[in-house]
Design a protein. Structure first.
Length: 81
């Protein structure tokens, strides 16, 4: 069925990509939390390991945010200047 026949047009390509970028970011962050919680349960919590663990989490979050930001810049929202 064509978009005109159904009465609704599909969203422009940039608009349809943006929700999937957000979904991917949220899924990645949830996986990261699960993975690091599992690691925290396995490791003893001395200060050095805790500091390294925190740095690893921060680096992974920064990476995921950079990837999402890059994808969103490639597909700007309609009306964005």
């Amino acid at each position: 069925m064509s978009p005109s026949a159904s009465g609704s047009a599909s969203p422009p390509a940039g608009e349809s990509v943006r929700p999937s970028v957000a979904d991917r970011l949220l899924d990645s962050l949830e996986d990261l939390v699960r993975r690091h919680r599992a690691l925290a349960l396995q490791e003893s919590c001395d200060r050095q390991k805790a500091a390294l663990h925190a740095e690893l989490i921060a680096a992974e979050v920064a990476h995921e945010l950079a990837m999402a930001r890059s994808a969103l810049h490639r597909h700007p929202a309609l009306g964005a200047t």
